[in-house]
Ligand binder design. Structure first.
Ligand code: ATP
Ligand code: MG
Length: 389
C-alpha cells in the first residue's frame, strides 16, 4: 500500500502572517534532510504537510527516523493511502494497522471528513470501520476515552488516509527561522547539548572548535567533528571551524599570572570566536556553560568573559544540573562520544588554583601586558573550515 507521512507543525500556527514562510522553511529543511533517500513531494493542507515519496524503493523507516529529528514538527504520522470507498477503507485499515491492532487490547476509530461530498458522515465511518475491526479481531475492546490505539481515517480531497497513533516530533522551530549563531564546541558533554537546544529554537549553527596541537591530537578533533555530525542530524548542515589555538595558549602560560590562565583563555576564545562568527554572519555565540560547574563558570568569571562579547552569548545549559544535561545528551545520542577520553585544549594548562572571583581590571591588565592582537589575527586566519552533515 502506498504510504505518506503527515506532518503537524508546531509553533508555526502561532505565527499568523508568517506562517507560510515558516512552513516553506520547514519543507525546505525536510527536503534537504530526506534528499539522500530519494525524492519526496510536499503538499500543504489544513495545518498538515504531506510528504509523499516519489520513488518506489525509498527506505521509509529511515525517512521516519529523520523526520523525527527535524525541528518545527510537533507530531507526525505514517499513513496508508486508499480510495474514497468504504470497503477499500476497511481493508486498508486491516492491511495497514492489523498488526498494531493485534498487539493492543483497546482501540477507537476517529474519522475526519474534510471532503463533505463523501457519502458517509464521520460517525458512520467510525461505526463501520470499528465494526469491521472487531469482526476481524474479536478480542479487542472499544474504549473511547483512553484507547491504546486510535485508528484515524481522514477523508480528504483526493485520497483517504488511515493511520494509527501520532508520533511525537522534535518540537521547536524550523532551523533557519531564527538566523545563525556560532557554537563553541568542545569535546565535552555540555556544548553539543547547548547546540542542540539552540538549533531547536530555529538557529543555524556554525561550530567553532579550539585545538592546540601537539598538546591535542587529531583524534581529539575527530571526536568533536563526530559530535558536530550527531548534532547536525537535528540542526542540519553545520559549518565546522577548527581554530589553531596553541600559540595563544603558550603565551598565556608563559606570560600571565597562573590563577588567571583559565579566565584569560576563555576571553581569548571569545575574541577569536567573535571574529569567526562575524565572518560567518552569526548574530550570537552559544556555549555549554552551567552556573557554578567549574571555576570559569562562576558569576564573576562569566562577567569577565562577557566583558569582551560584542554579540549576545546564549548559554542554554546555564540553569541545568549535570544530570539534566546528561539526560539530553543521551537522548540526542552525543553522550557516548563525549565520554571518549581525548584531551581538550582547556585541560592542557589548567592552573592548580584558578580564581573564582577574578577582577576584570587585573585580567585586562594581564592581557594588555602581553598584547594578543596579532596572535588573534593569526588564529583567525589559520582557521580551517569544513561542512558537517
Ligand atoms: P563541555 O562539556 O561542553 O566541554 P565543560 O563543562 O567542560 O563544557 P569548559 O571546559 O569550562 O566546560 O567549557 C565551557 C564552554 O566553553 C564549553 O561548553 C564550550 O562551549 C566552550 N569550550 C571549551 N573548550 C572549548 C574548545 N576546545 N573549543 C571550543 N569551545 C570550547
Ligand atoms: Mg570542556
Amino acid at each position: 500500500m502506498k504510504k505518506v507521512i503527515l506532518i503537524k507543525n508546531g509553533e508555526l500556527v502561532l505565527k499568523g502572517l508568517n506562517r507560510s514562510t515558516f512552513e516553506d522553511m520547514l519543507i525546505k529543511n525536510m527536503k534537504r534532510r530526506l534528499m539522500s533517500l530519494g525524492t519526496f513531494s510536499f503538499t500543504k493542507a489544513q495545518s498538515t504537510i504531506m510528504a509523499e515519496p516519489e520513488d518506489e524503493d525509498i527506505d521509509f523507516d529511515e525517512a521516519v527516523e529523520r523526520i523525527g529529528k527535524i525541528f518545527g514538527i510537533v507530531a507526525f504520522s505514517v499513513a496508508g493511502v486508499t480510495e474514497k470507498d468504504l470497503e477499500k477503507i476497511k481493508s486498508a485499515v486491516m492491511e495497514f494497522l492489523g498488526e498494531e491492532l493485534r498487539s493492543v487490547k483497546t482501540f477507537k476509530v476517529n474519522a475526519k471528513r474534510s471532503d463533505k461530498k463523501f457519502q458517509y458522515k464521520s460517525p458512520e465511518i467510525c461505526r463501520e470501520v470499528g465494526g469491521h475491526i472487531l469482526s476481524n479481531i474479536p478480542s479487542l475492546r472499544v474504549d473511547v476515552h483512553n484507547p491504546e490505539l486510535t485508528v484515524t481515517v481522514e477523508v480528504r480531497d483526493k485520497y483517504v488516509f488511515v493511520h494509527g497513533n501520532q508520533i511525537k516530533g522534535a518540537g521547536g522551530m524550523p532551523v533557519g527561522s531564527s538566523g545563525r549563531a556560532a557554537l563553541l564546541l568542545s569535546g565535552g558533554i555540555d556544548s553539543p547539548v547547548a547546540g542542540y537546544m539552540m538549533a531547536k529554537r530555529g538557529l543555524v549553527l556554525t561550530a567553532i572548535h579550539f585545538a592546540a596541537p601537539p598538546y591535542t591530537s587529531p583524534r581529539a578533533e575527530l571526536k568533536v567533528r563526530t559530535l558536530a555530525s550527531i548534532v547536525s542530524k537535528y540542526s542540519g548542515r553545520i559549518n565546522f571551524a577548527v581554530v589553531p589555538f596553541t600559540e595563544i595558549q603558550e603565551h598565556i602560560k608563559d606570560n600571565c599570572p597562573e590563577e588567571l590562565f583559565t579566565i584569560i583563555m576563555r576571553r581569548l576564545m571569545m575574541k577569536v570566536a567573535l571574529r569567526i562568527a562575524e565572518r560567518d554572519k552569526c548574530q550570537a555565540l552559544i556555549t555549554g556553560e552551567s552556573l557554578g560547574q567549574v571555576a570559569s563558570q562562576t558569576i564573576g568569571a562569566i562577567a569577565c568573559t562577557d566583558a569582551v562579547a560584542t554579540m549576545p552569548v546564549f548559554r542554554p545549559c546555564i540553569g541545568m544540573d549535570k544530570e539534566e544535561i546528561i539526560t539530553i545528551a543521551r537522548k540526542i545520542g552525543t553522550f557516548e562520544t563525549s565520554l571518549e577520553p581525548y584531551e581538550d585544549c582547556c585541560t592542557v594548562f589548567t592552573p592548580k588554583h584558578p580564581r573564582t572571583r577574578p577582577i576584570l581590571e587585573n585580567v585586562e591588565q594581564a592581557e594588555n601586558a602581553v598584547g594578543f592582537e596579532e596572535m588573534i589575527e593569526r588564529a583567525v586566519s589559520g582557521t580551517r573550515f569544513c561542512s558537517v552533515e
